[in-house]
Design a binder for this molecule. Structure first.
Ligand SMILES: [Zn+2]
Length: 141
């Protein structure tokens, strides 16, 4: 199922961890409009600006999956309001995405995530029913 021109529902449900744990990570119907709003307002404009794919490493998380990956207690991933995204062009391009989004998009939270093993990604959330707080953080663990 298509959520927007370039994003499919399956991309938000896919999780190797959920598969391994045999957890049903399908998005409840009631949350689909939230994912559509995230796509239309954040992911599609980003994709359009750079003209290249935006990959999702973690989209929707059911309660069990979020619990397992030690997500925040009220993680927006559980509401279909958040996605972790990455670029196959590397960290420099990811940083360009991040800076462009800070200046040009409406979002709830934008987090630059880095880990000691060198992995980097952007967590971005959007609230369909608002208000979107335009919060920007860096998270190093
Ligand atoms: Zn996230």
């Amino acid at each position: 199922m298509k959520l927007s021109e370039h994003f499919k529902l399956e991309e938000f449900e896919r999780s190797a961890t959920a598969q391994r744990l045999n957890v049903d990570n399908r998005v409840p119907e009631a949350l689909i409009p939230n994912l559509q709003a995230l796509c239309e307002n954040v992911l599609e404009p980003l994709r359009q600006q750079f003209g290249e794919p935006v990959y999702i490493s973690s989209g929707y998380r059911c309660y069990a999956l979020n619990n397992y990956v030690k997500g925040a207690l009220k993680s927006q991933h559980m509401k279909g309001e958040a996605a972790d995204i990455y670029s196959k062009q590397g960290a420099k391009r990811l940083r360009e995405w991040y800076l462009w989004m800070v200046d040009n998009l409406v979002f709830d939270q934008l987090i630059w995530e880095t880990r000691p093993n060198g992995s980097k990604w952007i967590h971005v959330s959007y609230k369909r029913t608002g208000p979107n707080r335009q919060q920007v953080f860096t998270c190093r663990k």
